[in-house]
Design a binder for this molecule. Structure first.
Ligand SMILES: [Zn+2]
Length: 119
């Protein structure tokens, strides 16, 4: 098995040249602009939790992927993974590209909130 150095394009824009051809280096987690070569190091390790997402959705009502990403500061992959997970658990629903908490999700959020502050 070889360890390939995978480059995948991300949704980021290069802050230097404005190019949208910014790829992620999977090994290092950095973003690399394929146009000017600028390396954009993001807070890639920032974990996004289900609770974070629920909190934002509770406040905003519904948000699309880009809004959630901006609010949480998470990378595409991480955020997408957590959202998918929450949809599968029945905590989130997606309507017309916007995510919102289901009834179950709201209940889950309140329970978690109680845990956060309760002890
Ligand atoms: Zn650039």
């Amino acid at each position: 098995m070889s360890h390939k150095r995978g480059l995948r394009f991300s949704k980021a824009t290069c802050p230097i040249c404005g190019s949208k051809e910014v790829a992620r280096d999977d090994l290092k987690g950095d973003l690399l602009c394929t146009n000017c070569g600028n390396v954009v190091t993001r807070r890639e390790t920032r974990a996004v939790g289900k609770f974070d997402i629920a909190q934002h959705l509770k406040r905003e009502g519904n948000m699309d992927f880009g809004m959630l990403q901006k609010a949480t500061g998470a990378s595409d992959d991480k955020l997408f993974g957590v959202i998918e997970n929450m949809v599968r658990m029945g905590l989130l629903q997606e309507i017309g590209g916007k995510y919102s908490l289901t009834k179950r999700g709201q209940r889950w959020y309140r329970q978690r909130l109680g845990q956060e502050w309760g002890y």
